[in-house]
Design a protein around this ligand. Structure first.
Ligand code: ASP
Length: 328
């Protein structure tokens, strides 16, 4: 296999986390610079040339538009640079699914772009970051990683951005993949894809927007009333995602308020607060009559990302939004 030349974009997170001690719970995400982190990897004898570029040194709970813009621009540059094999983005795990899906929606599915994180800080006993990073190098170095869209490598698994989701607060096996499971298993020595690349030659599905609109997630709870919907409209939300009960349900008064919002031109997507499962149209809620959209397989965080991208690209009609969610 040809020696890979990999652009490494550092954003911080636990993979670059500095702990108070190897056994303490407290740590600072992004406490280590990218150079220091890559210095720690020097002894791993990775079969790749790494080109470091620090984008941020933050916990990914603080990531947003400025970092996303920088990541998108750097990835777009790497995709057209013939000397670069692919990109690794070191990222906090809290919002890795959002960054991964945003880039997946807005970049062509050419060279591999892989997000990698860790659940334990770099200097904690049993730290998982080095192994995850070595696995990410293994993935990017494999020509068969091309044409699969943005990927996430965690816990010896390769997940597609559309499917990945953080599902545990602290175990090193924190990510789940729905509706597809992992698309490959990886160790530093071995990589087994479970199917062929399915997006070879695909262009970016949506242009990179000039800005992202304010879109909120409203989590449903038993006994709630409709006032939070009015509050969100009051702060200028341009779209809303319901993290509903079960099949994207909420009390009748909340559904009525959301339908009113949709009628006033603020698109509303019904997702679920349940761990997993598909939210379909017109099951308990009459989406056709109320002008609402069903999130299908996307959980609330990824539904919000897709809705932001759609609205930013002028797609606000419920039918067109539903088609985008049906397509993923
Ligand atoms: N809060 C951290 C972050 O997302 C957690 C992690 O990286 O695992 O940056």
């Amino acid at each position: 296999m040809k020696r890979a030349r990999i652009l490494v974009l550092g954003t911080g997170g636990t993979i670059a986390g500095a702990a108070v001690s190897a056994t303490s719970a407290a740590y600072q995400p992004g406490g280590l610079s990218l150079d220091a982190m890559l210095g720690n990897l020097a002894g791993l004898d990775l079969a790749a040339d790494l080109i470091p570029q620090e984008v941020a040194q933050i916990g990914s709970q603080d990531i947003g538009w400025p970092q996303w813009q920088a990541l998108h621009a750097a990835c777009a540059g790497a995709l057209v640079d013939p000397s670069v094999t692919g990109v690794i983005i070191t990222h906090g795990t809290d919002t890795a699914e959002e960054t991964a899906f945003l880039l997946d929606l807005t970049l062509p599915a050419g060279k591999p772009i892989v997000l990698v994180g860790a659940m334990r800080p770099a200097d904690a006993v049993g730290a998982d970051g080095m192994r995850n990073f070595a696995n990410a190098v293994r993935v990017v170095s494999d020509p068969a990683a091309c044409g699969r869209g943005v990927l996430l490598v965690m816990g010896d698994a390769v997940l597609a951005a559309r499917d990945a989701r953080k599902a545990a607060t602290s175990s090193i096996d924190a990510f789940k993949s729905f509706p597809r499971g992992a698309i490959a298993r990886v160790t530093p020595a071995r990589l087994d894809w479970f199917g062929p690349p399915h997006r070879v030659g695909w262009a970016a599905r949506y242009p990179w927007p000039a800005a992202l609109p304010r879109v909120a997630i409203l989590t449903a709870g038993a006994g709630m009333d409709e006032q939070p919907v009015a509050a969100l409209l009051g702060i200028g939300c341009k779209g809303m995602v319901l993290a509903g009960m079960g099949q994207g349900n909420a009390p009748a008064c909340v559904i009525a308020a959301l339908a009113e919002a949709a009628a006033s031109g603020v698109p509303v997507v019904r997702a679920t607060r349940v761990d997993e499962g598909i939210v379909d149209r017109n099951v308990e809620v009459d989406d056709d009559a109320l002008g609402l959209v069903a999130a299908r397989a996307l959980g609330p965080a990824k539904a919000r990302v897709l809705l932001m991208v759609l609205i930013a690209n002028g797609i606000t009609d419920a039918g067109a939004i539903q088609a985008a969610f049906d397509a993923g």
